[in-house]
Write a protein that binds this ligand. Structure first.
Ligand code: XMP
Length: 262
């Protein structure tokens, strides 16, 4: 059960204290064992999610010991299991970010500017992006969310904006996860200019031009995507999947399961 994925995956480890000898040779040798045999594993709390990551470094007796424990392992459902297909891989994202980081660097290399990350969707993208821009910059956050549920962006609520002192007279680079209808960035850009920003440019990880309902283009964009709801690398559905390291399309079953759970 779960043997094929053992070296890489998270498992739910059920009641395996029965199988793990408590003799000294095994003590403290592997993270998994330490935690399994820790004081928290009382009969009432026998189910623990553990990452068995250091299997390769175990010595033979430990491997033997782990094998017997494997009989009680079963794979946990992970976010990867809900992905129909990967649209933009981790490597592609890295290359895309490197490309626009260069563009941004040359656009701002002699001017002070502030990256304004639009939460929550751009948090992963923005934090990777700023680390590839070697010129001085400041960082600020803005939170915006759409009213309504589902997979289409609707009316926008701006939950908070940076301090006026972070906006007034500044060159701002608004960083968002995806440019869809365009309404969010049009609205946020206008808001920043109304609050006294000197200049506002925009940067997005993904661009869905086929969905545009207003006349707007981002100044910097990494990838164009077709009209398909995507998750991962900061983008969510029902609050989940932001932690996927790639951008992918969700399985229909996952949509239905999460929609049903709301
Ligand atoms: P607009 O339409 O204003 O929308 O350009 C931008 C916001 O809508 C959300 N959005 C998505 N979120 N997968 C997502 O996880 C998508 O395919 C998608 N399309 C739009 C997102 O919050 C974005 O900031």
């Amino acid at each position: 059960m779960g043997r094929a994925n053992l070296a890489g995956g998270p498992f739910q480890w059920k009641s395996c204290d029965r199988h793990v000898p408590s003799r000294p040779p095994f003590q403290g040798k592997s993270r998994a064992f330490c935690r399994v045999r820790g004081p928290e594993l009382r009969p009432k709390a026998r189910s623990r999610t553990l990452r068995v990551s250091n299997l390769g470094s175990l010595t033979a007796p430990h491997r033997f010991c782990l094998k017997s424990a494997e009989t009680t392992l079963r794979p946990v459902h992970t976010v990867h299991d809900d992905i129909e297909r990967i649209l933009i891989s981790e490597q592609e994202i890295r290359a895309g970010i490197d490309r626009i980081a260069l563009e941004i660097t040359s656009a701002y290399h002699e001017r002070d500017f502030t990256v304004v990350a639009v939460l929550k969707g751009s948090c992963v993208f923005a934090s990777d992006l700023i680390r590839r821009i070697p010129v001085p910059l400041e960082l600020a956050f803005l939170a915006a969310s759409s009213y309504g549920k589902g997979t289409t962006s609707q009316d926008l609520r701006i939950n908070f904006v940076p301090l006026d002192s972070e906006i007034a007279g500044r060159n701002l680079l608004l960083v968002d996860d995806i440019l869809d209808t365009g309404r969010t960035l049009v609205r946020l850009k206008r808001e920043m200019l109304d609050r006294g920003a000197k200049e506002v440019r925009t940067c997005v990880l993904l661009d869905k031009p086929s969905r545009r309902s207003v006349d707007f283009e981002a100044d910097f964009r990494c990838f164009e995507v077709q009209d398909l709801f995507v998750v991962g690398y900061g983008l969510d559905f029902a609050g989940r999947y932001r932690n996927l390291p790639y951008v992918g399309a969700l399985k229909t079953a996952a949509f239905e399961r999460l929609q049903g759970a709301r």
